[in-house]
Design a protein around this ligand. Structure first.
Ligand code: HEM
Length: 403
């Protein structure tokens, strides 16, 4: 089996499940060469992925969670002074996460449910209008799925909804592989995000509102306010983390339902009652985040392989979520799957902070889409995101009828 988990081509039609299957079976802690780097260990079994996610003392999120080491001086780099919370270890990580944790608890997320449902309604209204003008067709990714996370993040941060849409386009450029776009496009997107974030910072300092951006600017860590760069990195993380992840779950999820009409019919027969288990199964089945990297702090043995201090260790969530040792008939979409403890949101101290909001967004959209749109039919094959980091369709021309 030819293994290549770096080339975005491997992910051009979704997760490379043939490679994952082979690795889990034959070489679950696999040494993967890296033409422009040191190489890394690829973890493909559920147990090893969960274990390394849960042990920051050995598996560090510093200097980065991307496979490629950051170039010092770039916005995503660990410059010794500033880094994103996502790329910190305890105790710094704990202190930074605490700053925004209360916004993301289940009760806080639930307070937003009604508003998120109203946004979902608005999005599907607009999609139905567009389809009427456009021969019954929309791009499900841009017109439906992508709208939700960009609106929600804009609301959270106290920004105009249309700006959320623009920021989300930048997120996609940040996550797209360099070889699949114009040179420097990702760095340019980060710069634009920072420019926008700086404007937000000035506006919210002058006129604080009841929003997360204003609260971040007023918050203290170790008895002091965040400096500008710390705020901007938080801003970038929040915009970036919830954007194409949620979008891809919704588009990839609908695609999976269209491929499994029996499952779609089962879900629609009792949408409210079956949404929670269906949503967890769609998360397991699509795994929008392909990987997160850790770096070994000490020598450690994992599943019989000797990992050396300083080596990169990469957790493949899409593979862990199809591990037959954990899930019965792992390749089947089974919306009724009992005890579906999927790992699409990661595990351990960094597990997805936005997961309760993400679940509310997913439920709200599935509710609107499945209640109000019907007879789905692809108008052209979906085009997948060219990325070895985030998985999902980037366009999905779809015909449907209003229900
Ligand atoms: C289906 C949607 C989503 C998926 C699959 C997803 C997945 C993930 C994963 C795998 C991590 C773990 C990172 C690690 O272990 O290093 C993570 C972290 C994070 N996610 Fe999500 N996410 C989603 C939606 C969201 C949303 C909607 C938000 C915010 C509104 C969000 C905010 C975050 C933040 C802030 C972190 C960093 C947590 C930390 O470093 O402590 N995510 N997410």
């Amino acid at each position: 089996m030819h293994i290549d988990l770096l080339n975005p081509e491997s992910f051009a039609n979704g997760h490379p499940h043939d490679q994952y299957d082979w690795l889990r079976e034959n070489d679950p802690v696999h040494w993967h060469e890296e033409p422009e780097g040191t190489g890394f260990w690829a973890l493909t079994r559920f147990e090893d992925v969960a274990k390394s996610g849960r042990d920051p003392k050995i598996f560090s999120s510093e200097p980065t969670i991307m496979i490629t080491d950051p170039e010092t001086g770039t916005a995503l780099a660990f410059d010794g002074e500033h880094k994103m919370m996502l790329m910190m270890d305890p105790p710094d990580h704990t202190a930074f996460r605490k700053l925004i944790r209360s916004e993301f608890t289940l009760p806080s997320a639930n307070l937003r449910a009604e508003r998120i449902q109203a946004l979902a309604r608005q999005i599907v209204d607009a999609a139905i209008d567009k389809a009427e003008r456009n021969g019954g067709e929309v791009d499900f990714v841009a017109d439906v799925a992508g709208e939700m996370p960009s609106f929600v993040i804009a609301e959270l941060m106290g920004l105009p909804l249309d700006d959320g849409r623009e920021l989300y386009a930048l997120t996609e450029a940040i996550h797209t592989a360099p070889e699949a776009q114009a040179p420097g496009a990702a760095a340019m997107a980060v710069m634009k995000m920072f420019e926008y974030g700086s404007k937000v910072m000035a506006e919210k300092r002058a006129r604080p509102g009841d929003d997360l951006a204003s609260r971040l600017l007023a918050a203290e860590v170790d008895g002091r306010r965040l400096d500008d760069m710390e705020f901007l990195l938080f801003f970038l993380l929040l915009i970036d983390a919830g954007g194409d992840t949620t979008r891809n779950l919704l588009s990839g999820g609908l695609l999976a339902l269209m491929d499994n009409p029996d499952q779609l019919a089962w879900l629609k027969a009792d949408l409210e009652g079956r949404l929670p288990s269906a949503r967890e199964e769609l998360l397991r089945y699509s795994s929008p985040v392909i990987y997160m990297r850790r770096t070994a702090k000490h020598d450690v043995e994992l599943a019989g392989q000797q990992i050396r201090a300083g080596q990169k260790v990469v957790m493949y969530f899409g593979s862990a979520n199809r591990d037959g040792a954990r899930f019965d008939r792992p390749d089947a979409l089974d919306l009724a799957r009992p005890d579906n403890a999927q790992i699409a949101f990661g595990a351990g101290a960094h597990n997805c902070l936005g997961q309760h909001i993400a679940r509310i967004e997913i439920d709200a959209m599935l509710r609107e889409v499945l209640n109000r749109m019907t007879d789905f039919e692809l108008a052209a094959p979906p085009e997948w995101l060219a990325s070895n980091f985030i998985s999902g369709p980037r366009t999905m021309p779809l015909k449907f009828k209003p229900a």
